[in-house]
Ligand binder design. Structure first.
Ligand SMILES: [Zn+2]
Length: 338
């Protein structure tokens, strides 16, 4: 049954709405544009779509014991789905929503199959277009929300064009977005040419040319993960990534907030260094709100949402208060309706 509540204000992805009406269902919380016939309760807070980390590896984090702090939604970009389900089931309540890609699809012997942090079951080797179709279908059958492929030319073989294209085409047939780890010379453009929708990291190994960036806008989005390049102790990789993001964003390219949780970062929460890095690359204001709510990559409204204090009156306040965001699910919101 749907419950309705009025919040003090909400950010909808298309601006701020005072006295917004929110529909609350077990699997979906959303701002609705029209007044319902049913009674409408009151929640004295400010509402955002779920504050989202769009690049995590929960299996490499302390999520099971510490939860996810201010985050209302997480996108896991590479793990064994049954192992992941077990971790998610054990998380503290109210649980953030966890969506996942399932296993890394990669060339036999390709990244990250040789990495110690990638246990058996987290990588699916794909050698032919037929295997690509089967691998995508298998992840989908296990509940994948997106498909993850790796193209790391600096760490082993990479999927050839026909196999990569088979992954992308099959995922798109199912309505699934494809996220690629691209690393090494030429890999970003290869991924875009094959139809990959998002990069798991802003490219950092090479400076992309203006022509490459022009060709990418409108075809691909980037998950930032800028802070991975030193976790505050930044060097050349960070500088190259920041430069690429700045020029991509200046062209209108979409960027989503993601930290690569599990990579030298173990506790899930809003990472102020990643937020600051996006700002310094020119992602600010409502674009930054869009980035931290997974806009363009995940559905705007979801099973969870984020509440901010009542004195948050607009975009600048909301960005300053991100660390105080409170993840809520339908049960939490229903209990708050006065
Ligand atoms: Zn990752």
């Amino acid at each position: 049954m749907t419950t309705y509540a009025r919040v003090i204000r909400a950010w909808t992805g298309e601006g701020w709405v005072d006295d917004a009406v929110v529909s609350i269902d077990d699997d979906h919380i959303a701002v609705v544009p029209t007044e319902p016939d049913e009674p409408v309760g009151r929640i004295d807070d400010t509402l955002l779509p779920p504050v989202t980390d769009a690049h995590v590896h929960i299996g490499l984090s302390d999520f099971a014991t510490r939860g996810a702090g201010a985050l209302a939604r997480l996108l896991d970009l590479g793990w064994d789905p049954p192992a992941l389900s077990a971790v998610v089931a054990s998380s503290p309540s109210p649980a953030p929503e966890v969506r996942w890609a399932g296993t890394f699809l990669t060339a036999p012997g390709g990244y990250p199959s040789t990495r110690a942090w990638a246990p058996p079951g987290s990588v699916t080797p794909v050698a032919t277009p037929e295997q690509a179709v089967a691998a995508v279908d298998a992840q989908r059958g296990l509940g994948a929300a997106v498909i993850k492929v790796t193209l790391n030319a600096d760490a082993g073989p990479v999927l050839p064009d026909d196999v990569l294209r088979a992954v992308v085409d099959r995922a798109h047939e199912h309505g699934l977005v494809v996220v690629a780890h691209v690393e090494g010379a030429g890999q970003p453009m290869r991924a875009v040419e094959a139809g990959v929708d998002w990069f798991a990291h802003a490219p950092w190994t090479h400076r992309l040319s203006d022509a490459e960036l022009d060709a990418m806008v409108g075809r691909v989005g980037w998950i930032g993960t800028l802070d991975i390049h030193g976790r505050g102790d930044y060097g050349d990789d960070y500088a190259r990534a920041l430069d690429n993001v700045s020029r991509f964003v200046a062209r209108g390219g979409p960027v989503a907030y993601g930290t690569d949780l599990g990579n030298a970062l173990t506790t899930a929460d809003v990472n102020p260094r990643e937020v600051a890095a996006l700002r310094s690359a020119g992602v600010d204001g409502e674009r930054l709100l869009a980035a931290v709510t997974g806009a363009g990559l995940l559905p705007r409204w979801s099973r969870t949402a984020s509440l901010l204090p009542a004195d948050v009156t607009g975009t600048a306040d909301a960005l300053d208060a991100l660390a105080q965001a409170r993840p809520v699910d339908a049960a939490t919101l229903r209990a708050m309706v006065g």
